[in-house]
Design a protein around this ligand. Structure first.
Ligand code: ATP
Ligand code: MG
Ligand code: MG
Ligand code: MG
Length: 477
């Protein structure tokens, strides 16, 4: 029997606890206020940043955790690749000025091969190949250490900064990294594929970061107070590997959600591309929204609230497209709670809030969704009929403004028909709207009236409580 996701989590954490690592609970998805650089936690190291930077003392110099992560940059990957999720669990082991490269490479090798039983001949590794701008050469030390544990030179690949120099954001702790990949064989790719390229033959599962620098805004690196280790292994991806599944969506934590989608839609996973994609998006996004609301995020038009709204609306649209009757988001949340509630009790504690926000968004968006979809279908047909390459800014703006279609969703549906969208024109209209709202917000009779009218219009479109600063006046123009 292959390991379940719960067993993988347990095996990883106890391996490192047995090696002197202090177990940390997952921090919330919403970072503590001392980190303005990210909206949501995207890696296990985020909550530990103050330790790496030397501004706070860690509870121990060796730490291990299973961290809830959310990557908004991967939203559009979900459904299109076999490996990307928005919300996922990242296992990690960390050293704050304790062990460094040699130990972490040995730990990773031992746990991957002996602990989890991966075939050593199928593991490839990448190392940092150097970068002129950063003033760093290739990581010869890492190459030597991988040779020592037994990886042959031809399976050690040197990569550039993009893939093998890790940083959490534009500034902050960073360093060269080394990653582990599993070669899943030719059914997933071609003979000349290599790790780190955009192929699914080599599945990246573990990133070892040798965190020794701090990056400042002008691209200079200064050494951190100590040499640290930060690693991240994607639990869900790893489960796909160990459970012999093609994608993360067929693993134990996802399959029941796919089955729920099948039951509600009457369609089968794998029957056609649209259905498979929609079922994957529903499974991922319903987990994401459930965990986001449990950590206190509510749908809105700004910042994290907007990210939440985006995944909610994308899920609602895809659910409707495959014929699921409205009111389904709370049913998915029930299933997420059943699957994950043991490991994450906040799902039970926040049950009411989760149900409430999911139902509310589905209802308010549902009202304009059909009209918006009809409008978008017409626009697409027109554009194609006229031989145009994309949708005009005014139309995309109206879809956003009147029908609540996030531009990302419009872009995605347009792309399915080989059409683009006028992004810069759209941005200009957004900017105009913001300026209008700013002016309107400063008081002054006529402008206040305009603003009130805008709020009213937004209300008619079903968004009353959520509009914040800049509301629409587009219907008047
Ligand atoms: P990829 O190249 O596949 O996008 P990454 O290089 O962006 O992954 P890292 O930032 O190195 O990922 O994160 C460490 C680990 O977290 C990865 O090796 C992977 O196992 C996991 N991981 C990263 N992004 C995702 C995601 N979107 N969904 C699931 N797991 C992920
Ligand atoms: Mg990535
Ligand atoms: Mg990568
Ligand atoms: Mg990586």
């Amino acid at each position: 029997m292959p390991m379940t996701s719960d067993e993988i989590r347990e095996t990883y954490l106890s391996f490192f606890q047995q090696r002197g690592h202090h177990l940390l609970r997952s921090a919330p998805l919403v970072p503590a206020t001392h980190d303005p650089s990210v909206l949501l936690t995207t890696a296990g190291m985020h909550p530990l940043k103050p330790y790496f930077q030397g501004v706070e003392a860690p509870p121990a110099r060796r730490l291990t955790s299973c961290q809830k992560c959310f990557r908004s940059t991967d939203i559009e990957n979900v459904g299109n690749t076999l490996r990307h999720l928005t919300f996922f669990e990242m296992l990690g082991n960390f050293s704050i000025g304790d062990y460094f490269k040699a130990e972490v490479i040995r730990f990773a090798w031992e746990l991957s091969t002996e602990g989890f039983g991966l075939d050593p001949d199928r593991i490839w590794v990448t190392v940092f190949g150097g970068d002129e701008e950063l003033g760093l050469g290739p990581d010869e030390e890492a190459i030597e250490l991988w040779l020592q544990v037994g990886v042959p030179r031809e399976r050690i690949v040197e990569c550039d900064r993009e893939d093998n120099f890790w940083q959490a954001g534009p500034t902050g702790p960073c360093g060269p990294c080394s990653e582990l990949y599993l070669d899943r064989g030719l059914e997933f790719g071609k003979p000349d594929d290599l790790p780190a390229g955009e192929n699914e033959r080599f599945l990246e599962f573990w990133n070892l970061v040798f965190m020794q620098f701090n990056q400042d805004p002008v691209n200079t690196l200064t050494p951190l107070p100590s040499k640290n280790i930060d690693t991240g292994l994607g639990l869900n991806r790893f489960a796909a590997m160990l459970q012999g599944k093609e994608s993360v969506f067929e693993t134990d934590q996802f399959w029941p959600l796919i089955e729920l989608g099948q039951e509600l839609s009457g369609r089968r996973y794998g029957q056609d591309e649209e259905t498979t994609r929609a079922l994957r998006i529903l499974a991922d996004h319903s987990r994401a929204m459930t965990f986001l609301v449990a950590d206190g995020v509510v749908p809105s038009n700004e910042d994290r609230g907007y990210i939440l709204r985006r995944v909610m609306r994308r899920a609602i649209q895809h659910g409707r497209r495959i014929g699921i009757e409205p009111g389904f988001l709370p049913r998915f949340a029930d299933e997420v709670e059943r699957l994950m509630g043991n490991a994450y009790p906040e799902l039970l504690e926040q049950r009411e809030a989760i149900r409430k926000w999911l139902a509310a968004e589905e209802e308010s968006f549902g009202r304009t969704l059909e009209q918006g979809t009809r409008m978008l279908d017409e626009l697409i047909a027109q554009a194609k009929g006229n031989g145009e390459e994309g949708l005009g800014a005014a139309d995309v703006f109206q879809l956003h403004d009147t029908y609540g279609f996030p531009i990302e969703v419009t872009r995605e549906i347009a792309a399915e028909h080989d059409l683009g969208v006028d992004e810069s024109g759209f941005e200009a209209l957004m900017e105009q709207q913001r300026t209008r709202a700013r002016l309107g917000g400063k008081g002054g009779g006529a402008k206040d009236e305009l603003r009130e009218r805008a709020v009213e219009l937004a209300g008619d479109a079903g968004f009353q409580s959520e509009f914040t600063g800049y509301v629409t006046t587009a219907q008047e123009t």
